[in-house]
Design a protein around this ligand. Structure first.
Ligand SMILES: Nc1ncnc2c1ncn2[C@@H]1O[C@H](COP(=O)(O)OP(=O)(O)OP(=O)(O)O)[C@@H](O)[C@H]1O
Length: 708
């Protein structure tokens, strides 16, 4: 028993099975474990040879042109097949069915039926013709011969020569003979050249459709793709691997260009209607590929859906590298005062236009990872704010840093640190603000009369109504505090809801913009949202609002360390979002750079000498008369629309939103407003010049009066 079982027991799983064992005397078969790597080495080697062969020009040339031929033949045979059968109809039905479009399915079904019916009729007619052909040929020949003989008889009668009876018949016969002779000569070369012509045609189709593998195609050295025009966009969309989009393109979809590609700021703007079954969200999910296809960085490519145009893809593609250029210096760096009620310059848009940060009736949230530029934009905003002598500024930084130290002389309060003591101070500030908004509300009622919100005149009337800017930096420390967080959240929401009208601006700054660290209602009630580079979708939507990431509004695409000072924002313009590049008021004590302190000194001086009167808000004094005169140039008269257009082009920050009424309001005091001429509203150059001269005379007169 033991012997019988012994061989079976000695077999190990690795031992070769009897069938695989080698013949006695032959070399042993290689172990299966060794076969794997060797085969892999051979495959790798083969793969390398194939890839290296692609480098050879002759090889690429051969493959390319052969592929043009086969590809062209494939395209043509497919076209032929499509035209002879109902394959195209079936395909369209499948697409319509997949898109749930019943109506379209039925339409294609009807077309397929009509096609089959017509084809059947054609075939029946052909068959009928083949049956009738011999009879028809015989009849035609007999009729022809009869006519020719008749002609011959008439000829013979006219010439009195019997031989002429057959003359017409002979002429026709010899003509046919000549045709056959010429045909015989031409036929042979034609027979040989026809396949060549067909081959050339097939090759041309293949070349046109670029049917060769991409590695074999000639290198495209053209710069064309850099311009994101309609063709480039179609090519880019076609390579997004969105099945519904690919199917539509394959079936010859041509989009409706709602807005053909036009130059807009530092980029190009296009709007197109997407085909059925393709949403803007689907395109957005492939935004990185789209950017790549358009030879841009994701942050330079902005596919969005305009709020009032469902199904339309709004695509703004920035110029390559437009985010890398230098941001102009802060306009108030060396001179100028501001007006809290008109806002302060903080950035330029990606399109190069100045961005004015609103303070009145605005609240801000600024977020982003460490070192992304949060403090710098808030410092620029604060510097702008304190350049208005009316503004009271307070800063609570719930961390220990020196970022706001240079502003201290002009700040009413600067609290720094994340100990309970400082958190408590921030909470107290919120408590005080909570009372203040109520008080200010009452004061506004008493002082304001008709006015529903604080104005400069009211703020000047009563020191208790001076505008106030309060910064809470690293505010998540306060909101997440076990002891103070809950109360702070409630107070923050309460203050923000009432602060708008009474001239209090809250600025929340955080590195952690999640629902746990910032109460949802704080974000919801914030008008100006600034997202510098953020780590993920949660932080993105925490700052910009829920659903923004999905809609393609993504600060996650800003590259940390590279896009410092660049932010995706909401609420700055009427657009669904705006990319801004903030001005940087530099300060680096180690390098001996300090642009902040001189501005603070200027602000302090203005504050101390404050007589409540200053010339200009914003960056530059805006002189409407001078600006209108400048855009009029040498024109005697100009249409109002043209003047507005030129003003907006010249100083977009001041005139972008202007309409005819604004223009009228600005020029009316000088008697230079628009009037009707030949049925159209125009501005007269002479009137504007006259107004400037009158103003000048008045100004000089005033100065002279003072001197006396
Ligand atoms: N707009 C800008 N242009 C150029 N450099 C900038 C800009 N903004 C910030 N920087 C540079 O980035 C550095 C970090 O900026 P900032 O302190 O504003 O970032 P932050 O997000 O507040 O960082 P943290 O969270 O660590 O405080 C600055 O010291 C400056 O060198």
């Amino acid at each position: 028993m033991t012997d019988l079982h012994a061989p079976a027991n000695t077999e190990t799983p690795d031992a070769p099975t009897p069938a695989l064992t080698s013949e006695p005397g032959s070399s042993p078969a290689p172990a299966p474990a060794e076969a794997g790597p060797r085969r892999r080495v051979r495959i790798d080697h083969l793969r390398r040879v194939i890839v290296e062969a692609r480098q050879h020009t002759a090889y690429r040339f051969t493959v390319r042109h052969s592929a043009y031929l086969t590809g062209g033949a494939r395209v043509l045979s497919r076209r032929a097949w499509d035209s002879r059968t109902t394959a195209r109809h079936e395909r369209m039905m499948r697409i319509a069915e997949a898109g749930g479009n019943e109506e379209l399915v039925q339409k294609w079904e009807q077309r397929a039926y009509a096609f089959r019916f017509a084809r059947h009729r054609r075939r029946v007619e052909l068959l009928q013709m083949a049956i009738n052909a011999p009879k028809a040929i015989a009849t035609a020949s007999a009729a022809g011969a009869g006519t020719l003989l008749l002609l011959g008889c008439m000829l013979a009668a006219a010439t009195d020569d019997l031989n002429d009876v057959l003359t017409p018949l002979n002429t026709v016969v010899s003509f046919v003979g000549w045709v056959a002779f010429i045909g015989g000569i031409v036929w042979e070369p034609m027979l040989y050249s026809l396949p060549l012509l067909a081959l050339a045609g097939v090759w041309a189709v293949g070349r046109n459709r670029k049917t060769a593998p991409s590695w074999a195609l000639p290198a495209d050295t053209g710069e064309l793709d850099v311009l994101p025009d309609e063709n480039a966009i179609m090519r880019a969309l076609g390579k997004l691997s969105i099945p519904q989009l690919n199917a539509a393109i394959k079936e010859g979809w041509t989009p409706r260009w709602v807005q053909p590609t036009t130059r807009l700021g530092n980029g190009y703007h296009t709007q197109l209607q997407l085909p059925m079954g393709v949403t803007v969200e689907m395109v957005n999910a492939k935004k990185n590929v789209l950017a790549h296809n358009l030879m841009r960085k994701p942050v330079e490519t902005w596919p969005t859906e305009p709020p009032n145009m469902p199904g339309v893809l709004d695509l703004w593609v920035a110029d390559q590298g437009s985010l890398n250029g230098v941001v102009p210096p802060w306009p108030l760096l060396t001179e100028g005062v501001t007006d809290y009620f008109k806002g302060v310059p903080v950035a330029v848009s990606q399109r190069g236009e100045p961005i004015i940060g609103k303070l009145m009736a605005a609240n801000w949230i600024v977020g982003g990872i460490m070192g992304s530029g949060k403090t710098s934009i808030v410092v620029a905003l604060l510097l702008g704010a304190i350049l208005d002598p009316l503004v009271i500024a307070e800063v609570y930084v719930m961390a220990t840093n020196v970022d706001y130290d240079p502003l201290k002389p002009r700040l009413r309060t600067l609290v720094k640190g994340d100990d309970p003591e400082q958190l408590r101070a921030a909470l107290d500030a919120l408590r005080a603000l909570s009372n203040e908004v109520t008080e200010r509300g009452k004061l506004l009622e008493d002082l304001g009369g008709e006015s529903t919100k604080l104005t400069r005149e009211l703020a000047l009337k009563d020191p208790r109504m001076r505008p106030k800017v309060v910064v809470f930096d690293e505010c998540h420390e306060l909101f997440m505090s076990k002891d103070y967080g809950k109360e702070a959240s409630e107070l923050a929401i309460r203050v923000m809801k009432k602060a708008r009208k009474v001239g209090i601006t809250l600025i929340w700054v955080t590195v952690s913009p999640t629902a746990d660290s910032i109460p949802r209602d704080v974000t919801r009630n914030t008008s100006h949202r600034v997202a510098f580079a953020v780590g993920d979708q949660v932080a993105n939507d925490g700052l910009l609002g829920s659903g923004k990431y999905k809609a393609g509004i993504r600060a996650t695409e800003l590259v940390p360390g590279q896009d410092v000072g660049t932010a995706v924002t909401y609420g700055f313009t009427s657009k669904p979002f705006e990319i801004i590049r903030s001005h940087y008021v530099a300060r680096d004590p180690e390098k001996g750079i300090d642009e902040v302190t001189p501005v603070v000194e200027r602000a302090l001086k203005a504050y101390e000498n404050d007589d409540g009167v200053w010339e200009v808000p914003g960056t530059q004094p805006v002189d409407h008369l001078a600006d209108v005169a400048a855009v009029l140039g040498d024109e005697l008269r100009m249409l109002v629309q043209e003047v507005l257009h030129r003003l907006a082009e010249r100083t977009p920050g001041a005139y972008r939103d202007w309409g005819p009424t604004d223009l009228k309001k600005a020029l009316e005091p000088y008697g230079a407003e628009q009037y009707k001429s030949a049925g159209r509203m125009v501005i007269s150059r002479d009137r504007v010049h006259e107004a400037i001269l009158t103003r000048l005379a008045e100004d000089t007169g005033d100065e002279g009066g003072d001197e006396i």
